[in-house]
Each structure stands twice: as C-alpha cells, then as structure tokens.
Design a protein around this ligand. Sequence first.
Ligand code: ZN
Length: 301
Amino acid sequence: MLIGALEAGGTNMTASIGNPQRGVMQRASFPTAAPETTIPQIVEFIRAFDVKALGIGSFGPLDLNPASPTYGSITGTPKKEWQGYPILSVLKQALGVPTAIDTASNVSALAENRMGAGQGTQNMLYLTVGAGIGGGILIGGQPVHGLVHPELGHMLIAPMEGDPMESGVCPFHRHCLEGLASGPAMEKRWGLPAKLMTDDHPAWALEAQYLAQMCANVIVTVSPEIIVLGGEVMQTHPALYPMIREETLRLLNGYVGSQKITPEGMAAYIVPPKLGMNAGVTGALLLGAQALEAETRKGNE
Ligand code: ZN
C-alpha cells in the first residue's frame, strides 16, 4: 500500500511515496515558490501513484484546531504568499484521499517516537537545531496541540554573561532560543558558520548553556521520558551532547528525583535522533497512515 508524504519547508518542498514499514520508494523536491506554482507540481507528482492517504509535515505556524474554519492553513509566516494558505484542504481536495497535517517538528517527533530514539516512551521532546529551532512534544504518544501548538524555538532564555551578541536573530524576541542558539545566531555572534568552527571554539560552551536552559525548562514543565536533539548544529558538533547533559544537571541542581537525571542516567536521556534526516519523511508517512486508519474506522462505524 502506498502513502504520500509531504515535507513542506520554507525553502523546498519534498514529496515522497512509500509507507512507514518499507520507507520511501519515490521522491521529488520542488523549490518553495508561490503556492500556485509549487502546489500543482506536488499534486502532479503524487497523482502519478495510487496513494491511499497523505501526511503533511509543514513549516508554520499552522492552524491545527479541527473545529476552526481555517483548519490546516499556514497562519503567521513571514513568507507573504503562504500567509493563510489552506494547504491541507487544497491537497486533500486535489488528491481525494484522507490527509493529515502537523508541524514539521511534531511529525519528526512522531517518527522518533514510533521508530527511532524515543521508542517505548509516551512523553518525549524532539528538537532540531539548525537554520531555525523547532521542537515537537508528544504526550501520551501523540503530538501536543492546544491553544495553537508548541513553539519551543521561541522559549525565552536568559542571555549568558559574556555573550558577545547584543540581541538575538529572532525578529520577534530579543532573546528566545532560536534568537540565541540557532545556526544563524551562532554565525552572527562569531562571524563564521558553525560548521567552520573548531572544537575549541568558545561558541560551543555557550551553545551548550543555551540548549541546557531549554532542556531544564522542558524537564520541569513537560517531564519528558527522553529528549532527542537533532539538526545540523548538533550533527556538526556531537561533543555538544555531553556538554548539554552536564550543564542541564548543573542547572537542575539535584532537584528532579529520577535516575535519568544523574551523571550516569543522562547519556541515555539527552540523545541524538536515530532516524537522522529521515525523521521528517517517516513521520509524514506515519501521519498519512494514521489518517487512513481514522477514515477506515469512521467508515466502519
Ligand atoms: Zn523568537
């Protein structure tokens, strides 16, 4: 059985055909131009296959309230042409199959939970640190939606003393996580991209401190059973993992009573993703499969 997956990013949109068990069989990428250019290309590609459902992991923010008239639309993006674009309903109508949407981060979190580093957990956090910072939270095995959806990249963070950057790169907040710790923040602060920084560059200690603040905040609010940190910045410098673990322990200062929040437990608690760059597509396939299941269940009632 074939399922379609769309990874809708701000720069590129990748459509894939496959299923969660067997992975991807066909794939095509299109630049994210205006919707009237890009969406028909995606529809044409997917239509050539007999897909039974579609899962979409999209850039956002998104309207994910099923009761809302604009459910499945992109809301406040700085990409003007996509503001208010009803990506879910357009694709659902064009393809005529059960279709589901979530944020790219939630979709990747779902994949890591079902098939990656978070297997066996109910509550977890998945966060990518790259050109932006995005996080997905699962509670009871399902992505969290509430008022809107979590925006972990914009968690406010205390600037560290000695940080040479006056103000972060986020246009909305002076010092949120994305503003202080994303790839562009590192480049602005130090004048070179993270991938060119040597292992002894002071950037890494500061980066670990900011990411540890996020980890500590999430541990005391969401109480995840595991924290999965991915994205280009983490990949570039895996030595960040032990630094973040140590700093998170220091910040929590012995308060949280769990064997995982100890020097021994941390190595299996703040971890890299297992699916790597495939988390997004795997999660979108899983979401498509869930949409199909939900439709089948409705049909049987
Ligand atoms: Zn922000």
